[in-house]
Design a protein around this ligand. Structure first.
Ligand code: GCO
Length: 465
């Protein structure tokens, strides 16, 4: 059946776009209750790393080590969101964002990781949440976006299975203060990516390496996620609870059998080592034997919990080849199909992959209510000129992925919302401040915010009525 699509034309309210570009910006309408949002994470934007009783996270320590961050920067100031949050909330409201996904910093709230809760740390999120609600933006909080308290790393971090309880305690303390106003809570951001880059490849904090290290970090994140969800359900049954995975279709770059096998291993490491435990209570066959020694007692029952939503971070497909020397599933990134366009990160621009991810959730995981919780692109934007940052490639990227969202909805996938990554230019982990993903430009010297054309485009798309 061919469905009729209603197209919403980006209107003449886009002052800086040529008429032709405006016409190309036409996007399909999504359901009236579709949630439009923007995402950030605390370490990447807050700065103020030594204020309000915050202690070091693993990323503060990692960024101080020479050579770890490509441009030698750190996140001590970042976008200074800690002080400038009212301005950032105004940008959300003026841009018609209905929802804002932020993360709470464990080292602000429980600086030593366990033990005393720091009221000043919670005060910051209290102010942020009140400001959001006052401006009509729904807060969505994520409890862990990779910034483990350094004090916990010294106790083994994600290698120590006690972390499941430590995380649940921190989650309960945070919900205890904010749960009267924040209904939507995600537990972890991209556990597989944290396990792979932070604990196997070593190019992210805490800089650990090796596959056994990955397995522990992955299993204990799965366990912490399930433990925290159960604890929060018991604490406050009216909360809407979920978690956030990075999901990518994985394709072999060639038709060689060894590349096909590498793609299967990579898929398990990246996608299904998260999905299968949560939704099915098992590890995929490719790694089940390797995880087995780590599984104790009723671990798998604790991990398989009902979630109210799944957050999906989607950037592109993974094209991989066999690489026996690679710690990541003995697979490496391989050539992309000829003619594939890429972002400034070298990532392929493949909106159709978003539809493939959603189909997989529909067909293999019982179609959980899902939100695209990160999607966006890094481009080498020109600096602001006369208050304008022209980023047509980012606007086009977002538009193509909104069209993909509509296609997924049309195919019966339970896709309920789209959150752009990211509201602000920010600290892009090992890449530092040089990689810009924001729809709002941040001058890291003056901290001035300048909405980019992609912000104006999205504002037009999301405008009610
Ligand atoms: C991730 C994180 C974000 C990134 C974004 C761009 O996916 O790595 O969730 O913090 O900044 O994805 O790389």
């Amino acid at each position: 059946m061919i469905r009729r699509r209603t197209f919403l034309a980006a209107s003449a309210a886009l002052p800086f776009l040529a008429a032709r570009a405006r016409a190309q910006m036409a996007v399909p309408k999504l359901p009236a209750d579709f949630v439009w949002g923007a995402s950030t994470s605390c370490f990447q934007i807050e700065g103020a790393v030594r204020e309000g009783g915050r202690a070091d996270s693993i990323w503060d320590v990692f960024a101080r080590e020479p050579g770890r961050i490509a441009d030698g920067t750190n996140a001590d100031v970042a976008a200074d969101h800690y002080h400038r949050y009212p301005e950032d909330v105004d940008l959300l409201a003026a841009g018609h964002f209905r929802a804002y996904r932020f993360s709470t910093a464990w080292p602000r709230i429980v600086p030593e990781g366990t033990g005393p809760v720091n009221p000043a740390g919670l005060d910051f999120y209290d102010r942020l949440v009140d400001q959001l609600l006052e401006k009509g933006v729904q807060p969505w909080a994520c409890l862990y976006h990779w910034d483990l308290p350094q004090a916990l790393q010294q106790r083994g971090g994600w290698h120590n299975r006690d972390i499941a309880g430590w995380f649940a305690d921190y989650a309960q303390a945070t919900v205890g203060r904010l749960g009267d106003r924040v209904k939507h809570w995600a537990m972890l951001n991209e556990p597989s990516v944290h396990a792979i880059f932070g604990h196997a490849v070593g190019n992210h904090a805490p800089g650990l390496t090796g596959w056994p290290s990955y397995l522990k970090a992955q299993h204990h994140q799965n366990l912490a996620q399930g433990t925290a969800i159960a604890a929060l359900r018991a604490q406050k049954p009216d909360l809407v609870l979920g978690t956030v995975f990075s999901l990518q279709p994985v394709l072999p770059s060639t038709d060689k059998p060894e590349d096909a096998a590498a793609a299967q291993r990579f898929d398990a490491a990246w996608n299904t080592n998260n999905l299968d435990p949560l939704f099915k209570g098992i590890y995929p066959a490719a790694y089940a034997d390797q995880f087995a020694p780590l599984i104790k007692g009723d671990d798998m029952a604790r991990i398989k919990v009902a979630v109210d939503f799944l957050g999906v971070n989607y950037y592109g497909r993974a094209h991989v080849v066999n690489d026996p020397d690679s710690v990541l599933a003995q697979a490496g990134w391989g050539p992309q199909p000829p003619g594939t366009r890429t972002t400034a990160m070298g990532w392929p621009i493949e909106p159709q992959g978003l539809v493939e991810v959603m189909r997989r959730l529909r067909d293999e995981y019982a179609n959980p209510p899902a939100f695209i919780m990160e999607n966006g692109a890094c481009f080498d934007d020109p600096p602001p000129r006369n208050g304008v940052v022209d980023d047509p490639e980012r606007a086009a990227f977002i538009r193509q992925h909104i069209i993909a969202c509509r296609a997924a909805v049309d195919e019966g996938c339970a896709l309920r919302g789209y959150f752009v990554w990211s509201l602000l230019d920010n600290f892009e982990w090992a890449e530092g401040l040089r990689r810009r993903f924001g729809i709002v430009h941040v001058d890291f010297a003056t901290l001035k915010r300048t909405p980019k054309e992609s912000y104006r485009f999205l504002a037009e798309v999301m405008k009610p009525g």
